[in-house]
Design a protein around this ligand. Structure first.
Ligand code: ARG
Ligand code: ZN
Length: 869
């Protein structure tokens, strides 16, 4: 049965403090836990424990009779416990046999690898018996013991509290965490690791030792992350007044990780993909991702750790907020407009389809079976959009006041979304509870806009209305507060001063639609204006507005704000896409001509130009269709881009490409990155209309490339072409990066992206590459995840063979790592809207998969969820 939000009850027993000690070994580890319990003796003590081998149990130092406890179905029940009792358990676990990568497990080989933990959401119960729920906050003292030669480095969260030798070549180390924390934030790491370190002085005058750990061969790739860490620590002090609160901050990189990274108190653990960076193997986008994830995990120290979640339904309280804080930081470090473009594109690519399909759930879900399935784009990305709306409503000072209040009031507590809204509201004398509705309903609202110009009255009126899709979760949806930031442009592309209700409000205004329909009037308007709506993407909605293509082209060319310009371009590109299908010309011409004009503008930021030249992706375009034919969408999008390339012209493209060629060593500054971004886009466009020239350029670029961005861009163009040199380049890349798993992942992924019919065969043959394994999440994602979720025309074959392949691999993967299997299975989302032939094929494969008796709870929940109509 599912777990429901409305069934929440506070814990019967709390654990004031815990003394945990580990005797670490690769095959077996023994864990002794002493829990100092507080609670009501009239209520049973029930502790979570998953697959634990119980070796000893004692209450208040007395061994317990077999009749005084029961362990079944993941719960240990103990009789006779009283307030203040100490329960001691000793259990055995098997790290090397743990392929699910939750709890205590081995990263790398038995000989050279190291031990580590992943506890969020419910991994701690795989380590010891404990109330594994985030509202039980406990003081941790952790002692690690191990063979010194095999495990020279011993780490746990908190401050170091002694270390020393033991007989027989063993040693120990102790860590004490002064901040009570939920068990999902517990972590340990043990093995042969190298480090880089740096002292950091907080604004409060505390000296913190920052240490980044990795296996020896990659320790030189940790410096960029160290710089990023220092930047984000300083930024959180300045932007939010939040300072670090321990003497040490450890960060560890592993190649074996289910997620991106984890914010364990004082001991962050990272998927190597989001920590390691070096000029030869890391792309510019990956550098940005490292900076963003380092910041995200660090920011959790306040939004997540100091203030944690009452229960997992509140997950977005920490994740949505932390994503938002990271977005602000990244915007400050790089470019506000480009960051917003990236984030909105991600929202549309990942979250909108989720919200439109059978897996749709509110930012605060009402129920779940397996919480790991709810680390979703909705909880993270839409959750961040909701915080952004609140921040926009309060303004920078009001939001800061509200956040101060939130941290102050909830420090050391396990809080709820209501606590968050109350703090922000109270600090500003506002009632923000109407925003709670956003957290409780699934589906992307539609915002309809109609403008009317009255020349006689010199008045422009804008009628806005909202339309929710009925979902099973909430058939009757109340109207939401939807902030709509807007501006009006005259026909020469100038922004108009806005007068509303007799007041001049500047060139931009925010109106809040909080009813089903509302009309807003703007006065002293001389001629029919062009409205620019939802500026900065001020609310996570789908805008429906009957723009004339010429109006969008005007905004695309003239809007002073880069994001809004991109947004107008995206809408125009969607209309141009429709033209491609129906043989229309008006939007297509408008889009191509506007971009050709911008292409020739030397003052435009090359990175922004690259984004402007990129139409919505295939997944996004599919969202607009009643019945989805991925092959047709791919073909039409190619045609659209080809038209753009022809309008700009092969000569202009080739000329620009040459101009963007820079000699000398790799530069990593913003200008150089922007140029590479544009270069990639121009090369792709050129390939559509002059394949021989593009291939020659790509060949040369591949050979001369100074860094991964250029090398991978060239490789990608070659792989998609029929160039004979593609095979050579692939072989070269494979050889060159054979010892670098992160680079090899890119080699797998670039081939899994081959459009159309060729993809499946390629994926099959890559599965027999000796470097392919289902046991490594990054590798499985690089090949199968890219194929199934990142390559619609390749995966959605009419013969259903793509579905069949994925289903077979999911079964194999599920036996090893249910979290990864469930995540990859979400590629089936949206199958109900496929055209009939593919839809039947998908249904057959999914129904057969759902019938398999041995599926994990993780995979079963996704398969059943995706199947329901
Ligand atoms: N809290 C981590 C982050 O967002 C994600 C960990 C999720 N882990 C999981 N097994 N679901 O930074
Ligand atoms: Zn997070």
């Amino acid at each position: 049965a599912p777990i429901r939000l409305r069934d929440y009850a506070p814990p019967a027993w709390r654990v004031e403090s815990i003394e945990l000690s580990f005797e670490l070994g690769i095959d077996t580890t023994e864990v002794t836990a002493r829990l100092h319990l507080r609670g009501d003796a009239s209520r049973p003590l029930r502790l979570d424990g998953e697959g634990l081998e119980l070796l000893a149990i004692a209450l208040d130092e007395q061994p317990l009779d077999a009749g005084a406890w029961r362990y079944a179905d993941g719960v240990l029940e103990v009789d006779g416990v009283s307030d203040g009792s100490v329960l001691t358990t000793r259990v055995r676990t098997h790290p090397a046999a743990n392929t699910a990568l939750e709890g205590l497990y081995l990263s790398g080989s038995r000989e050279a690898g190291f031990l580590l933990t992943q506890c969020e959401a419910e991994g701690f119960r795989h380590i010891t018996f404990f109330p594994d729920r985030p509202d039980v906050l406990t003081r941790y003292t952790v002692t690690l013991q191990a063979d010194r030669a095999r495990f020279p480095v011993l780490l746990a969260g908190g401050n170091p509290d002694g270390a020393g030798d033991l007989p027989d070549g063993r040693h120990w180390a102790r860590f004490v965490d002064p901040h009570p924390k939920p068990c999902y934030l517990f972590a340990l790491v043990a093995g042969r690791l190298e480090k880089i370190e740096r002292d950091y002085l907080t604004g409060e005058g505390r000296t913190v030792k920052l240490v980044i750990w990795s296996e020896a061969n990659v320790i030189d790739s940790c410096h960029y992350a160290m710089d990023a860490l220092e930047r984000c620590m300083r930024w959180d002090e300045q932007a939010y007044g939040r300072h670090y609160d321990l003497d040490v901050f450890h960060v560890v990189a592993t190649h074996d990780f289910n997620m991106g990274a984890m914010e364990n108190k004082g001991l962050n653990i990272f998927n190597a993909k989001y920590l390691l960076a070096d000029p030869d193997t890391t792309t510019d986008d990956e550098y940005k991702a490292v900076e963003a994830v380092v910041a995200h995990e660090y920011f959790h120290n306040w939004s997540g750790n100091r203030v944690t979640c009452r229960d997992w339904f509140q997950l977005s309280l920490k994740e949505g907020l932390t994503v938002f804080r990271e977005q602000q930081f990244s915007a400050d470090m790089n470019s506000t407009a480009l960051k917003r473009i990236e984030d909105v594109a991600l929202l549309r690519r990942a979250q909108f389809p989720e919200d439109a399909g059978p897996l749709a759930h509110p930012v605060r879900p009402a129920e779940y079976r397996e919480i790991n399935n709810f680390y979703t784009a909705t909880v993270y990305e839409k959750g961040s959009e909701l915080v952004r709306m609140l921040a926009g409503k309060l303004g920078p000072e009001g939001f800061r006041r509200g956040m101060d209040r939130y941290f102050e009031r909830n420090d050391g507590r396990a809080a709820t979304i209501e606590d968050f809204l109350a703090a922000l509201g109270d600090a500003n004398d506002l009632d923000l509870m109407p925003y709670l509705a956003w957290y409780g309903q699934a589906g992307t609202p539609r915002l309809r806009a109609r403008g009317h110009f009255d020349a006689g009255a010199r008045r422009y009126t804008l009628t806005l209305s909202q339309h929710a899709q009925a979902h099973a979760d909430l058939p009757e949806k109340p109207p939401l507060p939807i902030p709509v930031k807007l501006a009006l442009f005259d026909r020469d592309g100038r922004m108009l001063a806005l007068r509303m209700d007799g007041q001049t409000v500047g060139h931009e205004a925010v109106v809040v639609l909080d009813r089903d329909e509302q009309t807003f009037a703007f006065d002293e308007i001389e001629r029919s204006p062009v409205p620019s709506l939802l500026r900065g993407f001020s609310a996570p909605v789908i805008l429906e507005c009957d723009y004339a293509p010429a109006d969008l082209a005007l905004l695309l060319t003239h809007d002073p704000d880069g994001f809004n310009r991109w947004e107008a371009g995206q809408q125009l590109a969607a209309l141009a896409f429709d033209d491609c299908r129906h043989g229309g010309q008006i939007a297509l011409q408008a889009w191509c001509n506007a971009l050709a004009q911008l292409f020739a503008d030397p003052t435009l930021d090359p990175a922004l130009l690259a984004d402007l030249l990129t139409p919505p992706g295939e997944v996004e375009l599919a969202e607009r269709e009643q019945e989805v034919d991925p092959a047709q969408i791919h073909a039409l999008r190619q045609q659209l881009q080809k038209q753009l390339a022809e309008t700009i012209g092969a000569f202009a493209l080739a000329q620009r490409l040459a101009a963007l060629e820079v000699a000398g060593p790799l530069q990593l500054d913003a200008v150089a990155k922007a140029q590479r971004r544009l270069k990639r886009r121009v090369l792709e466009l050129l390939a559509l209309i002059d394949a021989p020239t593009a291939q020659a350029r790509a060949d040369a670029q591949y050979r001369r490339a100074q860094g991964m961005t250029d090398r991978l861009a060239a490789l990608s163009v070659l792989v998609r072409s029929d160039a004979a040199s593609a095979a050579d380049a692939l072989a070269d890349f494979r050889r060159r990066h054979a010892d670098n798993p992160l680079a090899l992942d890119k080699w797998f992924a670039v081939q899994a992206q081959l459009p159309g019919e060729r993809a499946l065969e390629r994926v099959r043959s890559l599965e027999s590459d000796p470097a392919f394994t289902l046991k490594n999440p990054n590798r499985a994602r690089a090949l199968l995840g890219t194929f199934a979720s990142g390559n619609p025309s390749g995966f959605h074959r009419a013969d259903g063979a793509g579905y069949q392949l994925l289903a077979e691999r999911l079964v194999a993967l599920d036996a090893l790592n249910p979290q990864i299997a469930a995540r990859l299975a979400t590629a089936f989302n949206g199958w109900q809207r496929l055209e009939p032939v593919r839809r039947d094929a998908a249904r057959r494969v999914l129904s057969a998969l759902a019938e398999k008796p041995e599926l994990s709870r993780n995979l079963a929940e996704i398969v059943a969820g995706v199947l329901k109509s």
